[in-house]
Ligand binder design. Sequence first.
Ligand SMILES: [Zn+2]
Length: 279
Amino acid sequence: MIRRKRAMAFGAAAILAGALAATAPVTTTAAAAPGPVAHSTVCDGDGTSGKRVQPLYVHSTDQPDRHDELVDQFRGFADQIDDDFVEAAQRLGGGVRHVRFTTDGDCHITLDDVAIDPAAMDTVDTITDAIKAQGYDHQDRKYLVWYDKDGCGLAFGNGGDDRPGADNPYNAGPHYATIGTGCWSWQASGHELLHTLGAVQSSAPNATSNGHCWDDEDIMCYDDGGIPDPPGGLVKACEGAPENQIDCNGDDYFNTNPPEDNYLATHWNVANSDYLIRQ
Ligand SMILES: [Zn+2]
């Protein structure tokens, strides 16, 4: 399912929204180890200042608060999303990228526990309005929102464009990647987060008309009903690659060092996002 959505709450232009197909096989990158869980996300600076991805757990005031039982699961998602960026940077141009999450003193991602009015759980729009009203509306944030109600993934904010450079609106916030219980997986979470970071622009060489891509394997590629003809369907351009790798061939939305003739040398490139730690 794909929904295109207007950003009514932001007074700005249409934004990109996409629901991730819920059928993607789960790729497990590590077995659960006994004892304390070691997390691989990286902390940077004081953990709060500047541009960051801030994870939130959102539930209704009239339902059980499952924050404490879920926090390790969501930290695991964050680890796997981060691993995906590390792998992509290594594969596509070199160097290192990590997601700059909000972190605590132990270098774990923070997960604010946000209780909202039951009526506000109605739709993703009302959920987003409710958390904004609680102060989660900072211009330096991309909010990664796991809400405790059935639903899948939807990303929205005030959009951006395909211009390169740090002043692209995708290099600011607030933008919201929202994921309901039906899509609580690292893949769906990473997919929606990438939308808020500016993937995939309609001008990209392998873009669909609905904000995704058609050159699989790729975490942003699927048949969303907007694949142009040709090719008329998904193409396994990166056959055999992990299903949820970031940017098959590094030519649509992420490349740390695009050659001159690469689309990303002259258009918005998520690898240049200030929401990523560069090493
Ligand atoms: Zn999508």
